[in-house]
Design a protein around this ligand. Sequence first.
Ligand code: ADP
Ligand code: MG
Length: 697
Amino acid sequence: MLQHFFNPSSVAVIGASQNPAKIGYDILNNILQYGYGGTVYPINPKAQEILGHKAYPDLASVPSDIDLAVVAVPATAVMDVLEQCGKKGVDSVIVVTAGFREIGPEGARLENKLAMRARELGIRIVGPNCLGIIDTASALNASFAAGMPLAGHIGFFSQSGALCVAILDWALGENVGFSRFVSLGNKMDISETEIMLSMGQDENTRVILGYLESIEDGPRFMKAAREVSKTKPIIIIKSGTTSAGAKAASSHTGALAGSDHAYRAAFKQSGIIHAESMQALFGYAMAFANQAPPKGPSLAIITNSGGPGILAADACDRSSLHLTPIRRETADRLREFLPPTASVYNPIDIIGDATHERYQKTLAVILNDEFIHAVLILLTPTAAVDAEAVAREIVSLAKDTDKPIMTAFMGGKRVRHARKIFQDHAIPAYDYPEDAVGALDAMLSYRRWREQPERQYRHFDVDTSKVREVFASVVKQHRQDLVESEARQILKAYGFRLPESRIARTTQEAVKMASEIGYPVVMKIASPDVLHKSDMGGVRVGVENEAMAEDAFFHITSNIQLRQPGARILGVMVQEMIPQGREVILGITRDMQFGPIIMFGLGGIYVEVLKDVAFRIAPLSVEEADAMIRDIRSFPLLRGVRGELPADIKGIRDALLRLSQMAIDCPEIVEADVNPLLVCPEGQGAVAVDARITIQE
Ligand code: ADP
Ligand code: MG
């Protein structure tokens, strides 16, 4: 895939220059100076020879085929170059030139024209407005970056050229090797998805790293990531926000769906490791490039001081790693040589006078314990310890184990050389224990992702003709919001459980209906104009008898007349009361990039304050529905606290899956909320007592 970009037999640099102040000089110079083995053709009508290579006035005069063209001419001249490429049969072009989409509408127009013409000519383009491409395996540096990374196994793509430069410099400083570097620029043609797929196939790339500001085609991106992440970790840092779809302020889901929820959900659902900061990105890259993920969650920490050990333990507590107690046998073996004041529990504190020998013996014992899956070694540079000697011991023991070993030697001057030793021997070395724990945690989740069984999807039988009929009638009346009875019909067609309800127009009717449904009942205003019924005094729960029903009817109708004069009142809805239901909210919203998104959270009046909600992109698999229920902080409340019965989690899952199918089936739904879904105790299901649906005109 995209072979000519990474492993071309010949490269032409169009706009090659002999002036070192020009980008066209840097690019040619980079291609020539790092050992690229193919043929290089500088193209410049005004030069005979550049950097010792014969220059050609244009592509047509080059005597042989060209695999890759790197273009560094002014923006207005790029179109002409593209035509030349077409004539010459060049199929892969990197446009480093800036002055397109990023400068405004005029630049965007030029870029669109270029994209169209390139498609006609069958030419693939990286850029424009990019730094170029580096491939260490073919020793090709077709970029204007300063320096060439060491050969290694990290593939990096970036939407920001500046970040490419920064990462490159970091890599050179830390001895981190790269397989490929791709600066995406404006992504006029080739996007992150294609680069990710090509790195997935590249045998030199073991870890894929990316910096993104936007994602072009959400579903395609997710599909590619799912595929690639089954064999290679993909670590991405995402800045900026995706624009969430149209927002109706009346819906809770709309108000809660911040613009970054979509890509966060997309990352989770496609196995992408999300780095929240540059520090995390580097930290994860170092771990994944050098070590295999731990086989399980048990981590042992070895330290020569208490404080850092506690910091690491705290970080561990916030992660999915376990600081498992050291087993008796192992503890006994440690006691044989550790001083009595040492702690053989986890963190294992081998105390301030520890030498490299003590580190060595301790690590050897710990690596031998089959119940420990990973080790983190901390060191503070005490007078007793020779950090370099410790590093050498660790390197030597690391050779014979497949358990990941991480290090955080804290300090500056006295640990610098030790860190260098780690870098040279593929042992991840961090400045702080929290970073090491974070990286290990990311590796563990990645392992779990890979071991996860195939996703299961469920399909429900739906009364589709009913759904179509309701939507058609709403559209005919030029409305976007469904009234309650319409929303209920849609939910019913999708197999949601609904409370029995009827609309009473008089007090007498209300009393009669209440006794038919059976007390206690709930009474609510039935009006297409009242959005939040309880805010207007339009809801009474726990109506237990005739007198209360009469009273409720009177107060509900007069409250609405008073607080929202002019609202059309159809009557009062008398509804079966669902006892012991815990309130959750489910919703649909749409994102421009990723399409329909499903929301879940604990319902009730605090939902918008606490924002304790989880998002996933539809369609949801059974596992994803379960995962999003567990994702919210208040999940323990659903399992029941202090003697409460556990709520029916299966009922929630079922409702989420039905809603997901609805989101996929009905593209006209812009937003929907079921708020609340009342979840009964385990085994008794869940009931949708209130819903709002908004469709497109
Ligand atoms: P709105 O959201 O427009 O104020 P709801 O129909 O959601 O109106 O009712 C408000 C609250 O009343 C719900 O969040 C729930 O706590 C309670 N409630 C409503 N209907 C029922 C019912 N059938 N059974 C039990 N509680 C209910
Ligand atoms: Mg409600």
